[in-house]
Design a protein around this ligand. Structure first.
Ligand SMILES: Nc1ncnc2c1ncn2[C@@H]1O[C@H](COP(=O)(O)OP(=O)(O)OP(=O)(O)O)[C@@H](O)[C@H]1O
Ligand SMILES: [Mg+2]
Length: 258
């Protein structure tokens, strides 16, 4: 592989619990190129969040290996923006403070980071809320703040675990358009977990479909739709074909029943 950025090799995770062992992920191998946008789809509980935590170095695998930019991940990686399934904001910081949190942790110059944070907040519709506290925000607004926090340092790798899950349909569509635009402006490697088949097809270069727990790779589908996909891509004849093909895989796997 020429310019692979993220390598996941035979990744496994089993959680010992009092009720016995839960095998969350069972031998996932995947190589993602620098600048590639990969969406991960799979039924609830199949190990998607577990996989993301291991890629970020926040959870130790039971087996297998993750490499980022050629280096084995054995501690939390820093050159990454992460959007967790729950936004996890700090209550005592303002929206702007939360968006700048990682930058402040690393003592980066405020003069550079703050304008970018403000610009991102405006881009996601949070202009005017910079000085609000998280408890004064709606669920969707919290999630958008977390997205700004992940993007503020323009990281080479972006791990997004259902980032739009808490958003209303319109904001979600807008966030998808904004994310594609940001990604086209400054390409980064993205792993994007979603439950939405349409969202996966509209955003990704490749869609990885995981099986029910323990998660394994069921299929990988290349998405050949012109970019920017914007709002038009839904009307592209291949869009419906991809959506149908993925739905058929979930039907065949018993994840969906007709
Ligand atoms: N810390 C933990 N201890 C024990 N079991 C865990 C832990 N974290 C996750 N699990 C189990 O691992 C499995 C996979 O969980 P995970 O959160 O990765 O699923 P997911 O694919 O992200 O699901 P969803 O789509 O609902 O977010 C589940 O069965 C869950 O119960
Ligand atoms: Mg999850």
């Amino acid at each position: 592989m020429t310019d692979s950025y993220l390598q996941i090799r035979d990744l496994r995770k089993a959680f010992p619990t009092r009720q016995g062992e839960t095998r969350a992920l069972d031998g996932v191998s995947l190589t993602i190129a620098r600048g590639e946008f990969v969406a991960v789809l799979g039924p609830s509980g199949c190990g998607k969040s577990t996989m993301m935590l291991m890629v970020a170095g926040l959870l130790r695998p039971s087996g297998g290996e993750v490499r980022v930019a050629g280096r084995p991940v054995d501690k939390p990686i820093t050159d990454v923006g992460i959007v967790f399934q729950n936004p996890v904001l700090l209550d005592w910081l303002t929206v702007l403070g939360n968006a700048m949190f990682v930058a402040n942790l690393r003592h980066l110059p405020k003069a550079e980071v703050e304008p970018r944070a403000r610009e991102l907040l405006r881009a996601v519709g949070l202009g005017g809320f910079e000085q609000h506290r998280p408890y004064q925000l709606s669920g969707g607004m919290k999630q958008r703040t977390a997205i700004c926090r992940a993007l503020v340092l323009d990281p080479p790798l972006l791990l997004m675990d259902e980032p739009f899950g808490a958003l209303d349909a319109l904001t979600r569509e807008q966030m998808r358009l904004d994310l594609e635009r940001l990604w086209l402006q400054s390409p980064k490697t993205v792993v994007f977990v979603t439950h939405s088949v349409a969202e996966a097809v509209l955003l990704a270069d490749r869609v990885v479909i995981l099986s029910p727990r323990p998660g394994r790779i069921e299929r990988i589908i290349d998405i050949d739709l012109p970019r920017p996909r914007g709002l038009q891509a839904r009307r592209h004849p291949r869009f419906a074909e991809y959506e149908q093909a993925i739905t058929d895989i979930f039907l065949a796997g018993g994840v969906l029943r007709a």
